[in-house]
Write a protein that binds this ligand. Structure first.
Ligand SMILES: Nc1nc2c(ncn2[C@@H]2O[C@H](COP(=O)(O)OP(=O)(O)OP(=O)(O)O)[C@@H](O)[C@H]2O)c(=O)[nH]1
Ligand SMILES: [Mg+2]
Length: 406
């Protein structure tokens, strides 16, 4: 049994901006959606996918047998975990709205999708208003501040006690901080990087000022919870100009225009057999135009004109892939027993694929299967080149590999 953690992508944002719509569109899980603040209270968990060109095509095989996810028209859909939580409003850290404690549900997230109402048609409290009334740039700043303050709450809890015990016992502060923050998916490397960047690596923990603790928490948040900005409600015309401004303002963060509502409608129409549509596609085809109601025809025309022609896709699939591939730097690696037929022992074609860090080695992938397996690894075969490679070779996107074990 293969056991490995899927990348966990957390959806955060102001209340009533379309987070649950995005979640539902991506996972096809039905959840509460409505045009009022604080519809979601408890977190929603589901499986979404990143796409990859399935290697079975390049190898000239008829198809494949994924153990998880699926393959359609030569596109492999590889599972990831998606989580949708309650919405934040300014002052959440002081308990306004639903507060920010529910962010703890997202402490294990590897990356965040920060969903923003690009049309500016919801107030900072999530109340619906005329498009263009509010500024999504301010909205992103507000949410980043609330996420930072959530981090600060975690970092500073029991701080004095920790600081004194580290300073008096001579324990390595990096070890102590790594232990303390393991619950929020912060690595040792990230803690070291953050200490360097903030100039705090040589300063005794008990002598950190309030400002230094804040700087540490905020920098650590940036280093350990990278994000993608999802400029949602892009179908509303007021969004176009705001998306430009978001890109100018947040230069280091990908900004993906999206219409979660359009993706949800297309997925439902495809399920009902009304249209032909694959997630992430730049268009859809109506199967039986004569069967459409006027309302359906109008809705599909709206999506075609306001979303597909303008942005090239609904952005939902693109946002998830930007988070997993570009920001997190994961790459798909396929493992097989037979490097010619690309099968496992039972004859399943390309059954397993792992989303691993692009800096991983072949041995690291073997570890995901079993530690004994990795220890006894003597090399591997790259199924595409049929060449033998060493366990220390780096992985690449789309690598198909057979392990050689002593
Ligand atoms: N025009 C437009 N409306 C959208 C889009 N996505 C979501 N909405 C609408 O926005 C409203 C809020 O959607 P939800 O998905 O419930 O928002 P949320 O962020 O989960 O809200 P809370 O759980 O209450 O914080 C609903 O009326 C959706 O139909 C979109 O892409 N375009
Ligand atoms: Mg919601």
């Amino acid at each position: 049994m293969v056991n490995y953690a899927l990348p966990l992508v957390g959806i955060v944002g102001k209340t009533n901006v379309g987070k649950s719509t995005f979640f539902s569109a991506a996972t096809e899980v039905d959840v509460d959606i409505s045009n009022r603040p604080f519809t979601t209270i408890n977190p929603n968990n589901g499986i979404a996918y990143v796409r990859d060109k399935c290697p079975h095509v390049e190898f000239g095989l008829q198809g494949c047998n994924p153990r998880t996810g699926f393959c359609k028209n030569g596109t492999r859909f590889i599972p990831i975990e998606l989580m949708d939580v309650a919405g934040l409003i300014p002052g959440a850290h002081m308990g306004r709205g639903l507060g920010n404690k529910f962010m703890d549900d997202l402490r294990k997230a590897d990356v965040f999708l920060l969903v923003v109402d690009a049309s500016g048609s919801t107030s900072p409290e999530g109340v619906p208003v005329k498009p263009g009334t509010f500024d999504p740039v301010e909205e992103v700043k507000n949410i980043l501040r609330e996420i930072d303050l959530w981090f600060l709450r975690i970092v500073s809890s029991n701080w004095d006690k920790l600081a004194v015990s580290v300073d008096t016992s001579g324990k390595d502060p990096v070890d102590a901080l790594t232990d303390k923050l393991s619950g929020i998916q912060v690595s040792r490397a990230n803690i070291m990087k953050t200490l360097e960047e903030t100039g705090l690596s040589r300063k005794k923990l008990s002598s950190w000022t309030k400002e230094e603790l804040e700087m540490f928490a905020f920098t650590l948040r940036r280093n350990s919870k990278p994000l993608v900005i999802v400029a949602n409600k892009a179908d509303i015309p007021a969004s176009l100009d705001n998306i430009k401004r978001l890109r100018e303002e947040f230069k280091d963060t990908p900004v993906i225009p999206a219409s979660a509502e359009a993706e949800l409608a297309l997925k439902k129409a495809a399920k009902a057999g009304i249209i032909e549509y694959m997630p992430g596609d730049s268009s859809f085809a109506i199967k039986k135009p004569e069967k459409l109601s006027d309302a359906q025809r109008k809705a599909l025309r709206y999506i075609e004109e306001k979303v597909m022609q303008k942005y090239g896709s609904t952005g939902v699939q693109q946002a998830i892939e930007t988070a997993v591939y570009q920001v997190l730097g994961r790459v798909p690696v396929y493992t097989v027993e037979d490097p010619v037929r690309l099968t496992d022992k039972k004859g399943n074609v390309l059954p397993d694929v792992f989303l691993v860090d692009r800096r991983a080695t072949i041995r690291d992938v073997a570890y995901l299967i079993h530690s004994d397996f990795a220890r006894n690894l003597v090399g591997a075969i790259n199924a595409k080149t049929k060449l033998r490679i060493s366990g220390d070779s780096p992985v690449q996107h789309g690598l198909v590999v057979k392990f050689i074990v002593a």
